[in-house]
Design a protein around this ligand. Structure first.
Ligand code: URA
Length: 434
């Protein structure tokens, strides 16, 4: 068997066997298969798809490309969470300390920004001192000691996914159901999850653009979960407009701090409570969904979730003076208000366009090794359905390069669409699939 045979087979729309998939994953992980060969195969998969059996084999092979974390010594049900990605998605920063404050152990390996979407690791690294690359012993110790650890994909867990994820981002092969399903589920299986709750985003700012694709991706991941013995719940959420108000790394951490102090945007709250309730019930920390939701709301309001977040930041080396006083975060040099040119109702704020703009300001990477500018981004004061008056401030741009200002201002005005007709708010939770 050679990689050429495998590429040729997928190029010609034939089904790959378990052995062929394992040959590819092992060879790519250990460097025997080159990036250009892997690119050709990934593109063929992107175009021709995979059968359910191929997707399951790809997932399991990726999950076993490194170590499988054994968290059995915690003697708890490990429930993990993952999102398929979005714009302004700071859910993990709020949800995970919140469920940890109710005794759900959180051992979370997060990703960096991918394409126009942000990544939790980039956001955590906006907190001065916070270490996302601790070793496996410290990771497990932190979960044992304080009930939560959040790190990057630095451990030897699903290394094949790490390589493939980076590669896909550079060859326009992210938006593929078998590739996303295998990427997410391989990481969850490798990081020792017993149960999995997935936020499957849909809309302009997500990789799945319509509900039909989001359902198909959800069903694929649930199927993989069943075969791997990990109960999986998928919550399909709206990513037509950005989630919450802030887009950009420090800006999103600041919004998360506000949220953990009880001041939380309605859409963020809905996603946090929906995912959180499933996590709490699956971890057997509440009998039913409604009790779980009530407990979550209590800990969001009474400061316990915020205390857990501070404990997490401190334990991972972060400076909690920033968390206690968010004004300490370094701000961008220019903070420019954007004024509405007319009165009416906001009817569209295209999440992908906002994500691309934030990326171009420096909040995300255009090339794989680009450095992120933590302080830049966009603050949206309005959501779809809100009323706007002419000359009212509708957003702020946080910018470090003055040369970008005029163009960015124009772009924000174009993206926030206003018209006379009344507009309903967007539905946040679209569907739950179990
Ligand atoms: N998140 C992942 O972990 N993998 C993907 O492929 C997309 C989103």
């Amino acid at each position: 068997m050679t990689i050429l045979d495998i590429i040729e087979k997928k190029r010609d729309k034939k089904e790959l066997s378990k052995k062929e998939i394992e040959f590819f994953i092992n060879g790519y992980t250990n460097g025997e298969i080159t990036d250009y060969q892997a690119s050709a195969l990934v593109m063929a998969i992107f175009i021709n798809g995979m059968t359910d059996e191929e997707t399951v084999n790809l997932t399991l092979s990726m999950a076993h490309s490194g170590e499988i974390l054994d968290l059995s010594k915690l003697n708890e049900i490990i429930v993990d969470k993952h999102s398929t990605g979005g714009v302004g998605d700071k859910v993990s920063l709020i949800l995970l300390p919140l469920v940890a404050s109710l005794g759900v152990p959180v051992a979370k390996m997060s990703g960096r920004g991918l394409g126009f979407t942000g990544g939790t690791v980039d956001k955590l690294e906006a907190i001065p001192g916070y270490k996302t690359d601790i070793d496996i012993n410290n990771f497990v110790q932190n979960v044992e000691k304080i009930g939560i650890s959040m790190i990057s994909q630095t451990l030897n867990l699903a290394p094949a996914d790490k390589k493939l994820y980076g590669l896909r981002d550079t060859i326009a092969c992210v938006e593929s159901i078998p590739l996303i399903a295998s990427s997410i589920m391989s990481k969850k299986i490798a990081s020792g999850a017993d149960k999995i709750v997935l936020d499957v985003t849909v809309g302009s700012g997500a990789f799945m653009k319509d509900i039909k694709s989001a359902k198909k991706l959800s069903e694929e991941m649930i199927k993989i979960g069943k075969l791997a013995g990990r109960e999986t719940v998928c919550v399909i959420t709206n990513m037509e407009e950005p989630l919450g108000h802030n887009i950009g790394n420090s800006l999103e951490v600041k919004e998360a701090i506000e949220a953990l102090n009880g001041r939380i945007a309605e859409d963020v709250k809905e996603v946090v409570l929906e995912l959180g309730s499933y996590m709490v019930v699956l971890a057997k920390k509440a009998e039913d969904f409604d009790t779980a939701k009530k407990l979550l709301l209590e800990n969001l309001q009474n400061g316990k979730a915020f205390e857990k977040f501070k404990e997490l930041v401190k334990t991972q080396g972060g400076d909690i003076s920033y968390i206690e006083n968010a004004e300490n975060f370094e701000e961008a040099k220019y903070i420019e208000p954007i004024y509405s040119e007319k009165s009416g109702y906001v009817y569209n704020i295209d999440a992908k366009e906002i994500g691309k703009l934030a990326c171009s300001l420096g909040a995300g990477r255009i090339r794989k090794d680009d450095k992120i500018d933590k302080s830049v981004g966009i603050v949206l004061l309005k959501k779809v359905g809100d009323i706007v008056s002419k000359d009212e401030v509708i957003a702020y741009l946080h910018i470090n390069k003055p040369g970008q200002l005029e163009k960015a201002k124009e772009e924000v005005k174009q993206i926030i669409k206003i018209r006379n007709e009344k507009q309903e708010k967007l539905k946040t939770i679209i569907k739950v699939i179990k």
